[in-house]
Design a protein around this ligand. Structure first.
Ligand code: ATP
Length: 490
């Protein structure tokens, strides 16, 4: 993943150290620099490994700027630092009999694992590494991908940064690199479908790649609520608290859904305080800035503003096209620029809709064995783009129209029958809810008889995939979209 070989990194670092020495750093700082290794580069982030926690602290404070400047000079571009305390390096240093410099010798080995959860196990980027994390009791606790609950598609690599989200993107990178040090909490707000969830997951992935063993947990606030209610019902408050408080990163999506749920807000308040006090990173997203969040006590809202507030805006045309290009490349879709430009120019507010349009155009081209050109794209887009006077579409409308279309009842749609016809209709209805409304996955799940958000996610993925393979399905979805839009405009 890094863009340099170990030998190149070592040479670059050697030159940086020589340059800083020639600028006259103190003897202690010189020793610290010599104990440091440049592991490699991850985009513009320089990964440094140090043997001791106090070396890291010095590098992050007094030496940060000189290192950043010297590295930028060497590499010819801006550089961020991500510093990790590496136990292998410590062993190596101690085996060579090179004592840790400075007065803080007693601090040589970080004694409190809770304060230093970001310790590398020594594997270089791209190499396999264990995900074990030592708890204060010494037991190895797994920080697995399942615990983190991250969507593998939402990474910084797949995120397009533009003027509409540049600040949120930079802040997200910074908290992943310097957890609880850069900004805590980081609060990202903005309208639906503009990439907030994507950024939350990307922070989790990136932190996990930088700091093996780091404990990350992503949660939508509706899931947090359900989890909390169930924990009280089942008398498992302790397990609930451990799930949300024994983490290094808590990533909370769509906090606005806690509004008015007094007990859950109170529980979240304590969770937040515990994490913040023990220097764990909290990232929150919302559709509104804290000041406009009703249903939260002032003490809670003001805490949301302790760290950094940043918004995401609808992307400009250039960014929309860049996003479409990235999505197309990611999915292996071959589409000429004129088609991407056409889609980007017709759909301007919501990135989820942009993706939906891309899928439909590709599906139609593949089903009709026609090359996807501008004429085909305009034809497809005509069916899916709302006209200016179209009203908001609701889940009950989608359910009623889908039920009517398949000649089934609303109860059938929400029920548990696994008959093929019903499963198919249910998945189509869920897909359309995702495409045509701003509702989150848990909210849609609730509307369908209290189903889990993963069921909705599965339905969405399945329909997305099949729509390009089955002509009948494509036609049904197109027809239903038209019917639902018409019914909503009435
Ligand atoms: N800048 C971006 N680059 C690439 N993809 C993006 C970008 N912004 C959003 N997306 C994509 O758009 C879709 C919607 O984004 P996301 O779910 O993160 O929005 P959101 O702001 O969290 O919306 P909601 O408030 O409804 O949950 C996702 O598939 C995401 O990958």
């Amino acid at each position: 993943m890094t863009s340099q070989s170990p030998a190149e990194s070592a040479e670059v670092w050697q030159r940086v150290v020589s340059q800083l020495e020639s600028q006259g750093v103190t003897a202690r700082d010189r020793a610290f620099l010599r104990l440091t290794q440049l592991v490699g580069l991850l985009d513009t982030t320089a990964l440094l490994a140090v043997p001791y926690q106090h070396t890291k602290e010095t590098l992050e404070t007094t030496l940060r700027q000189p290192i950043v400047d010297a590295l930028a000079g060497e590499l010819g571009h801006d550089v961020r630092l991500a510093i990790t305390v590496d136990e292998d390096l410590r062993r190596q240093v101690e085996d060579e009999g090179d004592p840790a410099p400075g007065p803080a010798v007693t601090e040589q080995v970080p004694s409190d694992p809770d304060r230093t959860p970001y310790r590398s196990n020594g594997a270089g980027p791209g190499e396999p590494r264990s995900d074990g994390h030592r708890t204060p009791s010494g037991a190895v606790q797994t920080a697995s991908a399942e615990d983190a609950r991250l969507n593998p598609k939402y990474t910084f690599d797949t995120f397009v940064s533009g003027s509409s989200n540049r600040f949120a993107h930079a802040a997200s990178l910074a908290v992943a690199e310097s957890p609880a040090r850069a900004y805590n909490p980081l609060f990202i707000y903005g309208e639906s479908g503009l990439g907030k969830t994507h950024l939350l997951h990307a922070i989790g992935h990136y932190a996990r790649s930088l700091y093996p063993g780091v404990r990350v947990r992503y949660v939508n606030s509706e899931e947090f609520t359900n989890d909390f209610i169930n924990s009280i019902r089942d008398d498992k408050a302790g397990a609930f608290q451990r799930r949300y408080r024994n983490v290094d990163f808590l990533l909370v999506d769509d906090i606005q859904f806690l509004q008015g749920k007094e007990q859950t807000v109170e529980e979240f308040f304590h969770t937040f305080n515990t994490l913040h006090n023990s220097e764990k990173q909290v990232v929150i997203t919302s559709d509104q800035p804290p000041k406009r969040l009703s249903g939260f006590a002032e003490r809670m809202r003001s805490r949301f503003e302790w760290g950094l507030l940043t918004d995401v805006q609808p992307p400009d045309l250039e960014t929309r096209i860049a996003i479409l290009k990235k999505k197309a490349a990611q999915e292996g879709m071959q589409l000429p620029d004129e088609v991407l430009e056409l889609i980007g120019s017709k759909i301007s507010t919501n990135i989820r809709e942009l993706e939906g349009a891309l899928i439909r155009v590709t599906a139609f081209a593949s089903l009709s064995s026609t090359p996807p050109d501008a004429a085909l794209a305009s034809h497809v887009l005509k069916d899916i783009i709302p006209n200016s006077e179209s009203a908001a579409i609701t889940v009950p409308t989608i359910m009623a129209e889908v039920a009517d279309y398949f000649q089934i009842s609303n109860d059938d749609l929400c029920g548990t029958s696994r008959s093929r016809t019903l499963v198919n209709a249910r998945q189509i209805a869920m897909y359309l809810c995702r495409e045509l409304t701003d509702l989150s996955l848990p909210k849609i799940g609730q509307e369908f008889g209290g189903r889990d958000h993963t069921t909705v996610m599965h339905a969405e993925r399945k329909i997305r995939q099949l729509i390009g393979e089955r002509r009948a399905l494509y036609d049904q979805i197109t027809e239903l979209t038209g019917i639902i839009r018409k019914a909503s405009a009435r």
